[in-house]
Design a protein around this ligand. Structure first.
Ligand code: CUA
Length: 291
């Protein structure tokens, strides 16, 4: 566990606390068990037996669980409280909308009007409110190093507040079984310094440069891919992931595209191998020239 955010740090502390208590409880019960194994000659009288039974029932059946639950809630409630979108204390949280799809994540920054896919960029040290929803089945959004985990449910929006305290790239993973591609439904989360984040965001608002070396690939993309996939300034966002920065996310894009259907195909997604194999290299070369 390497917490990189407030919520993750509290969760990690809670986990270590629970681990410590469970070690103590295991040791105590082992000691009781060993004590009970000792053979005893004398038979205690009935009154003595009843007293012991009552003490065990009240102590082990009422006092121990009540204490354990109260202590756990004492730490657990503030931990959960910190992940709720309460009115802010001066620093306006950044709103980001995240939509789970079979099997990819769409990321939308409504204030900047920027939409990306499968990579979440966050500013460090600033609270972000992640409005999580789903376009199809139930998914769950989870960045272990930032803490929190929230279901993406069709037809509703769940809000999770996180604040990253370290810059770097970490992994997010869908945490609810959502079909064949569930295990692959991951994305990178890049926590950036505030100026770098602002620069990245304004860069995402610019259309991609027109490069005369790749006019064929660009035309082929518009003809064969743009019905589903967007590229900033070339094709609007469709039902599939935006591909403006896909070359940053996927190494060996051509090989991946050709083998893409072999692993799994999502419901309603056409087979990609069937999409004009002859023009794939030009499309990929253009996409690789974009970021
Ligand atoms: Cu999406 Cu599991």
């Amino acid at each position: 566990m390497q917490p990189a955010g407030d919520a993750a740090r509290v969760t990690a502390a809670l986990w270590w606390g629970m681990f410590g208590v469970s070690v103590l409880v295991t040791a105590a019960f082992t000691a009781l068990w060993l004590y009970a194994l000792r053979t005893r000659r004398e038979t205690p009288d009935m009154a003595q037996q009843r007293r012991t039974q009552r003490r065990l029932m009240i102590g082990g059946g009422v006092l121990l669980p009540v204490t354990a639950i109260v202590v756990l809630l004492g730490f657990g409630i503030p931990a959960g409280h910190g992940m709720l979108p309460w009115p802010d204390d001066g620093t306006a949280p950044l709103r980001i909308e995240i939509t789970g799809h079979q099997w990819w994540w769409q990321v939308h920054y409504p204030d900047a009007g920027v939409t990306t896919a499968n990579r979440l960029h966050l500013p460090v040290a600033r609270p972000v409110d992640l409005h999580v929803r789903s376009a199809d089945v139930i998914h769950a959004f989870w960045v272990p190093r930032l803490g929190g985990k929230i279901d993406a449910i069709p037809g509703r929006s769940n809000v999770l507040r996180l604040r990253a305290t370290e810059t770097g790239v970490m992994r997010a993973q869908c945490a609810e079984f959502c079909g064949l591609g569930h295990a692959h439904m991951a994305m990178d989360v890049e926590v950036m310094a505030a100026p770098a984040f602002e620069q990245w965001l304004s860069q995402q608002q610019q259309p991609v440069a027109r490069d005369s070396a790749h006019t064929e690939g660009r035309a082929a993309f518009r003809a064969h891919c743009a019905a589903c996939h967007g590229v900033r300034g070339v094709a609007p966002q469709g039902s599939g992931p935006d591909l403006t920065t896909v070359a940053l996310r996927k190494e060996g894009l051509l090989g991946w595209l050709q083998g893409h259907d072999a692993g799994f195909s999502a419901p309603g997604v056409p087979a990609h191998r069937a999409l004009v194999p002859a023009r794939q290299p030009a499309i990929v070369a253009w996409l690789e020239s974009l970021p």
